[in-house]
Design a protein around this ligand. Structure first.
Ligand SMILES: CSC[C@H]1O[C@H](OP(=O)(O)O)[C@H](O)[C@@H]1O
Length: 364
């Protein structure tokens, strides 16, 4: 087994992804060096987690471009890249990181083309620009996650060790490394501030039982797995100090799309007076949407509910609803932890995410 938990391995213009469908039983890396393979890996959830999806999409296309024969002129290559980015965006709809990455890559390519107008900009140069920028995403994501870990840990008093509940998988397996919500747990543990982590199994895809539990055991972090239905009782019985979850999309008013089951955890946390934090990189923020009602929620195949490892467990013929995410209203969230700091609430208990971003951008 690898010494590092890497969802994404990129070296010498080759991309491999850890097939998370096979975890925790098998630790198998698969080649993902084309946009078609990237799309398939994301769509089937061999690779998942909002940041990891965007990075896989970018690097799979970067590898494809590296191997592309030299038949393109500048305009045809630009169209090729834009078409492939549009195609990659059809793999999964909810996590905004993928869409942001595609928009930013298009912006970079467009800018290069404009700034070289009437000069000899070659297709090869454009390829290199894409590859360089895709590679940067991998490095930046880990740095951002470590900053999230630090800011998130500061949300808890230094005087006592804390018990944290988390949902889904937001660790190394969901990112290019370290993790967001799980990164905060990792940071608390490293600082000797974590008493215990609790992880939900996260039905129906079981990211908690299969992936987060795997990471926690791997990292030797004291942790306990619970079923999703135990969360409220856990809060009542076990003295939980905070709930920390990830995000697939945070919109302008702080409403947050995250793994199905997050919303009910936020309601239960509010009832038990437990702080509820969302941990997300800036790449998960989408201020083009004013509220969570505008977010497209992915619905996944009914077999995720009716079958486990290919074996039918539900009554044949039953109707199934399988939304992969839900929206937690900003009002239920204590703070949104980013690599730029914690987005605070105003005195009415509301988030103004845009204002926070503008303030931070002006500071930088
Ligand atoms: C830091 S990952 C954010 C997010 O991704 C997960 O979804 P999925 O496993 O369906 O890709 C989940 O909602 C995590 O919180």
């Amino acid at each position: 087994m690898s010494q590092n938990l890497e969802a994404i391995r990129y070296k010498n213009n080759k991309l491999e992804i850890l097939n998370q469908l096979l975890l925790p039983d098998l630790f198998t890396y698969e080649d993902c060096s084309s946009a078609t393979q990237g799309w398939e890996a994301i769509h089937t959830m061999k690779v998942r987690g909002a940041p990891a999806i965007a990075i896989t999409a970018a690097l799979s296309l970067a590898c494809e471009l590296y191997n592309l024969e030299d038949q393109f002129n500048l305009q045809s290559l630009k169209k090729y890249i834009f078409d492939k980015l549009d195609y990659l965006c059809t793999s999964r709809p909810t996590a905004v990181n993928l869409f942001r990455m595609c928009d930013e890559m298009k912006f970079i390519i467009e800018k290069e083309c404009l700034s070289h107008e009437n000069k000899n900009l070659t297709a090869q140069y454009l390829k290199n620009i894409f590859i360089e920028n895709a590679e940067k995403l991998l490095v930046k994501d880990i740095q951002d996650n470590m900053a999230i870990g630090r800011f998130g840990a500061e949300c808890f008093a230094a005087s006592k060790k804390v018990k944290i509940l988390t949902h889904c998988n937001t660790g190394s397996l969901a990112t290019s490394g370290y993790g967001t919500a799980l990164g905060i747990i990792r940071f608390l543990h490293a600082q000797n501030k974590l008493e215990h982590a609790f992880a939900t199994e996260t039905r129906p895809y079981n990211q908690g039982a299969r992936l987060t539990a795997f990471e926690l055991v791997f990292e030797k972090i004291p942790a306990t797995l619970i079923t999703d239905s135990m969360a409220s009782f856990l809060m009542k019985e076990k003295g939980i100090d905070g709930v920390i979850v990830g995000a697939d999309r945070v919109v302008a008013n702080g409403d947050t799309a995250n793994k199905i089951g997050t919303y009910q955890l936020a309601i239960a946390a509010a009832y038990h007076n437990i702080p509820f934090y969302v941990a997300a990189p800036i790449t998960s923020i989408d201020c083009s949407k004013l509220s969570g009602a505008e977010i497209h929620i992915e619905e996944r195949p009914k077999q995720e509910l009716t079958h486990i490892n290919g074996v039918q467990i539900a009554a044949k013929g039953i109707d199934v609803w399988n939304p992969s995410f839900d929206i937690t209203p900003g009002i239920l969230i204590t703070g949104i932890v980013t690599e730029w700091g914690v987005i605070p609430k105003n005195n009415k208990g509301e988030f103004n995410v845009k204002e926070f971003l503008l303030k931070k951008q002006n500071l930088n």
